[in-house]
Write a protein that binds this ligand. Structure first.
Ligand code: CA
Length: 228
């Protein structure tokens, strides 16, 4: 399945050009020409990345970035801001609003694709498309589904990523800091206890058949996913 990019750009010729570049690189593209349309189209399945123009009618790119970062379901979607400005102050504002990277027009298609791939790698360092299963607990990264003894389980995007990371690194202990770096990404500022909150939610989500006991607290060290 190809990764989807939401392209938010009001100027049609630039949007068309970018769409071609992205599709040639193997991405599927969902276009939005302004702030409101972008928000309208921001529904499941969520894009894997948002390419966001700084200057938009009906609300700036920075406002949109802030809005996406406010909501639980869109918070984890990486954002790359596109802008004609190269001023340091704007870059800082964009990054503060939650953008993961920043690219100044004009840029080459090659540079854009390289940046997109770098951001995707950084925010989803554990991304692998293989289905993983342990003792009846099954995670399908492509379908974005988890099931326990064939019963579908619903969970938030962070819990999903956390479980994906744990299941791909079974029997190893990770500190809260390591989990933050690997699951939330190094670019995001969150407190250590955020990890505990999401661990609690994840355990609850997979508790129906007792799979929550696979996520073990290792006193003084962190957490471990274990089938033993
Ligand atoms: Ca524009």
């Amino acid at each position: 399945m190809s990764r989807n990019i939401m392209l938010v750009e009001d100027e049609a010729p630039i949007r068309e050009m970018l769409k071609i570049v992205l599709e040639q690189a193997g991405f599927s593209v969902n276009e939005a020409e302004d702030y409101d349309i972008a928000l309208e189209k921001m529904v499941e399945p969520y894009p894997d990345l948002v390419l966001l123009d700084w200057m938009l009618p009906g609300g700036s790119g920075v406002q949109l970035a802030r809005k996406l970062k406010e909501h639980e379901f869109t918070r984890d979607i990486p954002i790359i801001m596109l802008t004609a400005r190269g001023e340091e102050e704007d870059k800082v504002r964009g990054l503060e609003a939650g953008a993961d990277d920043y690219i100044t027009k004009p840029f080459s298609p090659k540079e854009l694709i390289a940046r997109i791939k770098a951001v995707m790698r950084r925010v989803t360092p554990t991304a692998s498309d293989e289905v993983i299963s342990f003792s009846g607990l099954l995670l399908d990264p492509v379908a974005h589904r988890v099931s326990a003894n064939d019963e579908r389980i619903d969970m938030g995007p962070t819990e999903f990523k956390l479980l994906h990371f744990f299941m791909s690194h079974a029997e190893r202990v990770y500190s809260r800091e390591q989990l933050l770096d690997n699951v939330w990404g190094t670019n995001v500022y969150v407190e250590d206890r955020t990890v505990d909150v999401h661990i609690r939610r994840l355990r609850k989500a997979i508790s129906t058949f007792g799979h929550d006991t696979m996520i073990q607290t290792v006193r003084g060290a962190g957490y471990r996913f274990s089938v033993k």
